[in-house]
Design a protein around this ligand. Sequence first.
Ligand SMILES: Nc1nc2c(c(=O)[nH]1)N[C@H]1C(S)=C(S)[C@@H](COP(=O)(O)O)O[C@H]1N2
Ligand SMILES: [Mo]
Length: 571
Amino acid sequence: MNKNQPRPHGPAWAAALIGVVAGAVALGVGQLAAGVINPKASPVIVVGDAAVDRTPAAVKDWAIRSFGSNDKLVLISGIVVVLALIAAGLGLLARRRVGYGTTGLMIFGVVGVAAAISRPDSGPFDILPSVIGAGAGAWALTILARRTWPVVEPGYEDLRPYRSEESTSTSPEPAPTSPEPPSPEPGSSEDPAPAGVPGTGRAELPPVMRAGGRLYEFDRRGLLTGVVVGAVAAGATELAGRALAGRLDVDTERAGIALPKPATPAKPLPAGVDLHIKELSPFSTPNRDFYRVDTALVIPQVDPKTWTLKIHGMVDKPVELTFADLLKRPLMEADVTLTCVSNDVGGPYVGNARWLGARLADVLRQAGLRSGADMLLSTSSDGFTAGTPIDIVMDGRDAMLAIAMNGEVLPQAHGFPVRQVVPGLYGYVSATKWITDIKVTRYDQDEAYWTPRGWAPKGPIKTGSRIDVPVGGSTIPAGRTAIAGVAWAQHRGVAGVEVQVDKGPWQPARLAEVPGPDTWRQWTIDWQATPGKHTVAVRATDAAGHTQTEEYAPPAPDGATGWHSILVVVK
Ligand SMILES: Nc1nc2c(c(=O)[nH]1)N[C@H]1C(S)=C(S)[C@@H](COP(=O)(O)O)O[C@H]1N2
Ligand SMILES: [Mo]
């Protein structure tokens, strides 16, 4: 075939298909390379993580609110769909010229390399999975692209497009006068044997593609085998890479930890902390139901055997603790309710647990805080940071380095092996999971993760309340029924809760007991429900005398305000 002529290309669907397969090969091989080199450097994860860190706060806030703890699943599925579309596009580019497609894959490799380098804990070899993956993808694309090119069956050379019309042909033999019909490939029943076209001296082509007015066909069977082999290779390398990455899981280490007894046990819970009303959030949130909010696409696996916590910065003598050191300290226990700043009015991102850990103030005193320091910049193994006001941590409240939650070693999703818990502050400024480093510093010198993304540097929890029962939007039978929910004002304490039906007078709710000011408080009120539609609203007043304002504010930048109200239909 003449080199100067544009190479005929196969159908668009074949091009898109091989693009997707080549993309899958790139990801699979990249995952396998990451499994061998460093599972944290998996191309999808490093790129995804980098994307999360660069996503505007408003979008993240929306994602957290819309998808909740499924936000990561939704994100990863989204990434896969977008990548597949791009890969299909690269396949179509490769149809014009293979080099366009392979260049596109290489650009993805470069993005992967850049993302890998930008990780806070990256090593020099972390760029390799992206490089190797992109290389493998480009190689696969080159091989597969050839299989979409036209093939001319023996006997049909005269019908080859580029020959009859173009005089520049490099093989000027005359066309055979009586062409042998090509033997159809065995088993390809959809490809009928061609029959001669009487009187023309030409043969009818078997499956004929028309493109640009030219006749050609391509080797469907070759393409199919290539696609299957590519897909299998992609799947096998992906699975092997994941299996190799699994060797970093710390489930066994976690299971092997025996929790020490607290030197200072939690105050026994008063009998009346839980009103035991159906559908009302229980006083203690079980670990499996506890909300999860973080920026990690893959739950960090931190080995307690090698874990250390460094406390440095504006201190007299930097301290480095091992997990064993931490367990040897006198441990304390406390019931503390965590709240996420992203929790909208009536939202689910609040939960209460009993935490066991070392008193943070004691550890800081051991390091010796220098005067002038006003912020603890804590960092997690995955690079997230939180900035916590030092005066709050040192004021005697139960701020701790927690190792257990509700009598169980910290679940991996909640920060195993060690996380911070500070009553009264939203999680983003205080509750660092997988914590590895605390820098004693100043707000005017350092900034934590969410601050440049538009959230307030300090995040005291705003007094809040939520109606759990009846469920908003539900239909309930007429008659006497309970309206119930939870209210929180961590470290100040909830002093009162009022309920309003159909804009009527505010009625005081009955409050459940609490062990102290750091947990949420259940509340309830009896209601004589009459048939019709009703709105029910709630507002809490904290022990400092502040009553929740009706004025709505969104979660950003420092927590939502407004009354939670629901609509119920009574029948
Ligand atoms: N390492 C790390 N710790 C983190 C976060 C994070 O993104 N990364 N998010 C914080 C936020 S915003 C909240 S609300 C709490 C949530 O803790 P949970 O997931 O255990 O409920 O963790 C905090 N600690
Ligand atoms: Mo949060």
